[in-house]
Ligand binder design. Structure first.
Ligand code: SF4
Length: 339
């Protein structure tokens, strides 16, 4: 199976309930950012730039849990910043799991070994480690030597303790897709449970403030399509956690409409709107974010900021939820989950 049975079951029940209620905009994955501080300054990351003035602020555990309850999404992706430097990360994760949510702890992996004793292995918890290539390329992308080795040591330690581990790889203009196949081969040998892929997108927080010329590493839709076409056969043998429908979209074989409303972001400033990437304002409640955002005004052809965006957090939920559904999609998704 692609995901633990409990996750597939939770998602199935949740989606059915939302459909029976006739809800149009409902959350699937809460992107919870308890802090924006990080030990790295990765080229493709906008958070440490956009939130420079609040970089030392943190949500309390109580604020995080209130957001989990308020939003109601069955999956919580704890990100940031680097969540493993959040002082109460073990307690927060355990409390979210106790509320029957599934947690993806998105980390650069450098502190896994140090913090592992704070976590109990569970089918509801994945360590999601960011790796953009093999040692040389990854260390270049995160702008520090030794990060790849530390992340790999963390993955080995987590697997030895029985944890679920997946990885998240951003594909840049310069990414060599053959190297990604080598990376996935290596990670498969380490027992990694799945691989997520997303194209880099040069949204404003990175483009405007990154002195290293970030615009050179981000891709247009045409660039993305040709990268993912090249990867089709190369990566087919690996346990990708990226759905076949989202991959078809990335290869330019079909259209998908952005479903950013399904991936709301909560951070130290509030509920970030309209989406994980672009910020017009922060709302006090999740309900305000959903009700006050003009979702139809977003996406390609509607908002110039969305023109080349094909990111995971906007379009993977669209694939899961059957936005722009085609005949046979449900069967395709079911077979993929069972494979
Ligand atoms: S397409 Fe969706 S996820 Fe991408 S920038 Fe626009 S609103 Fe955000």
């Amino acid at each position: 199976m692609r995901f633990p049975l409990t996750l597939t079951r939770t998602m199935g029940t949740y989606l059915l309930k939302q459909r029976l209620r006739g809800k149009q905009h409902f959350p699937l994955v809460l992107m919870l950012e308890p802090l924006h501080a990080c030990n790295l300054t990765c080229t493709g990351c906008g958070r440490i730039r956009e939130y420079a003035t609040t970089i030392k602020d943190k949500l309390t555990v109580e604020e995080c849990l209130a957001s989990v309850e308020e939003c109601g999404a069955p999956i919580v992706s704890i990100c940031g910043g680097e969540p493993l430097i959040y002082p109460w990360i073990g307690e927060l994760t355990a409390e979210i799991i106790a509320r029957k949510r599934h947690v993806y702890l998105c980390t650069n992996g450098m502190f896994i070994e140090q913090k592992l004793s704070e976590f109990k292995a569970s089918p509801r918890l994945f360590f999601n480690v960011h790796l953009d290539g093999m040692e040389e390329s990854h260390d270049l992308a995160v702008e520090r030597k030794g990060v790849f080795d530390q992340a790999v040591a963390g993955i080995k330690a987590a697997k030895a303790e029985g944890h679920l581990v997946c990885t998240n790889t951003t594909i840049y203009k310069e990414t060599n897709m053959h190297e990604i196949a080598v990376l996935f081969e290596y990670l498969t040998e380490l027992g990694v449970d799945g691989f997520m892929l997303s194209p880099a997108y040069g949204y404003s927080a990175v483009q405007e403030t990154n002195p290293t010329g970030a615009e050179e590493i981000f891709m247009t839709r045409d660039d993305i399509t040709s990268k993912f076409r090249e990867a089709k056969d190369l990566l087919a043998r690996f346990k990708l956690n990226t759905s076949p429908i989202y991959l078809e979209f990335l290869r330019g074989e079909r259209d998908l409409r952005c479903a950013a409303w399904a991936n709301p972001t909560r951070n130290v400033m509030g509920w970030k709107g309209p989406c994980y990437l672009i910020t017009d304002r922060h709302y006090e409640t999740h309900r305000e974010l959903v009700e006050l955002t003009d979702w139809d005004a977003l996406g390609q052809g509607n908002d110039p900021r969305c023109e080349h965006c094909m990111v995971h957090c906007g379009f993977e939920p669209a694939a899961v939820l059957g936005v722009n559904k085609r005949l046979g999609d449900s069967l395709k998704m079911a077979l993929w989950q069972l494979s």
